[in-house]
Design a protein around this ligand. Structure first.
Ligand SMILES: Cc1ncc(COP(=O)(O)O)c(C=O)c1O
Length: 403
């Protein structure tokens, strides 16, 4: 009797059915299986720097552990880390946030997740430019929101304009998410476009959510943040990450900057989930944000060289085209020429099929474009050695030409 009552009941909430496992994580899991079976892979899947975390950051966290700084802290982060966040941002971008307008989180992804949870109701619309980072779509859908896609043109380097955004605004629009430089295509929104978009959001009372995960990895122009537009602050949330800037992906260190009432609600939600981000990670973050920024410039310079190396290597593959990414550390080549190739049962029908076969037959890890909303691309993450780029692109070329 008890069993039949239980089985008649739905087990899982609808909201968990609205999301998928992150495609980049799924690719990583598949690649890990092959690696553990002894296959040598050229891995362009993971979106993380290949550098170790700088010494002074590690030392600060180690010293914090040794000093038994290992207990709970206040939920939004200790005052020193919140101060370090606002001062770094003010110094680099000319913003003006108070300490209680900042929260430290266990990674930027958590700040984003919580921001969407506190803002988005069922039926609310959130405008999202395509191509987009995988998690935006699922996080919006998990909250019950509807994603409104803003299509962009590859021939215009995926440019996002205020006019295009304005056309998509309806009475249900709650927020716009911008990610510049973007994952996966590395496109950067220039200051003039950013200002126009901030004006549109401000005038229409729509939240502008700015994902600045890659803001320091800009190869063509001075990094810019809409955080400097003080007049737009009431409707703006800036999300930042230490992961890529300071080679700290595993530490889980991120933040949000925004109006006090928004930050208070992010803190309230965090108090009922993770509580504070790890205590000694906060000390490492202070060393990162308030210490020497030389490592940031060193990483940026090396990534730029790797970008150019990767682009030159890709040019050797016939019929693969690639926009020049102005920032972040991915290339997003268009592989449409090869979709539809391979006769009979082995015909490649999609970028997902291409990436799957490239993994199993070519032993190269790439993330298919469907994960980012475009069906004709694959994403290659280039923080790897030049030898990996050489061998990986050689394998890719051999695989594609063999189709
Ligand atoms: C665009 C974008 N935003 C946010 C994040 C999350 O960063 P974090 O490691 O701080 O959670 C990533 C990570 O890949 C990303 O690519």
């Amino acid at each position: 009797m008890a069993t039949s009552v239980l089985s008649a009941r739905k087990v899982f909430a609808d909201r968990i059915g609205r999301i998928e496992v992150s495609a980049t994580m799924a690719v990583a899991a598949e690649a890990a299986k092959l690696k553990s079976a002894g296959v040598s892979l050229m891995d362009f899947g993971a979106g993380e720097p290949h550098f170790p975390t700088p010494r002074h950051i590690k030392d600060a966290a180690i010293a914090a552990i040794e000093a038994n700084f290992t207990r709970y802290t206040v939920v939004p982060g200790i005052p020193e880390v919140r101060k370090a966040i606002v001062e770094r941002h003010a110094c680099d971008f000319g913003s003006d946030y108070a300490v209680d307008e900042a929260i430290f989180t266990g990674g930027e992804k958590l700040a984003l997740f919580n921001a969407i949870q506190v803002l988005v109701e069922h039926g609310d619309e959130v405008i999202l430019p395509v191509p987009y980072w995988v998690s935006f779509k699922d996080i919006i859908q998990y909250a019950g929101g509807t994603v409104v896609y803003l299509e962009t043109e590859e021939a215009e380097s995926f440019r996002i304009t205020a006019e295009a955004i304005e056309r998509l605004i309806t009475p249900k629009t709650k927020a716009i998410i911008l990610n510049s430089p973007s994952n996966p295509a590395g496109n950067v929104i220039d200051e003039a476009d950013l200002e126009r978009i901030a004006h549109v959001a401000h005038e229409r009372g729509i939240y502008l959510i700015l994902d600045e995960c890659y803001v320091y990895l800009n190869y063509e122009s001075k990094p810019v943040s809409a955080g400097k537009f003080g007049w737009a602050k009431e409707q703006m949330i800036v999300l930042g990450s230490l992961s890529k800037t300071y080679a700290m992906t595993g530490w889980r260190a991120g933040y949000a900057l925004g109006p006090k009432k928004v930050i208070a609600n992010l803190s309230k939600l965090q108090s009922q989930s993770t509580s504070n981000a790890t205590s000694f990670v906060q000390k490492g973050a202070i060393a990162a944000l308030a210490g020497s920024q030389e490592c940031v410039e060193e990483f940026r310079a090396e990534f730029k060289l790797l970008r150019d190396y990767m682009l030159a290597a890709l040019k050797t593959i016939p019929e693969v085209t690639c926009t020049v990414p102005a920032g972040a550390f991915y290339v997003y080549p268009n592989v449409s020429a090869y979709i539809g190739r391979g006769g009979g049962n082995s015909r490649i029908g999609s970028a997902t099929e291409l990436a799957t076969r490239l993994l199993h037959e070519g032993h190269v890890v790439a993330v298919p474009g469907e994960a980012f909303g475009t069906p004709h691309h694959i994403r290659l993450s280039y923080p790897v050695t030049r030898a990996t780029i050489d061998e990986g692109v050689r394998r890719m070329k051999a695989f594609l030409l063999g189709l």
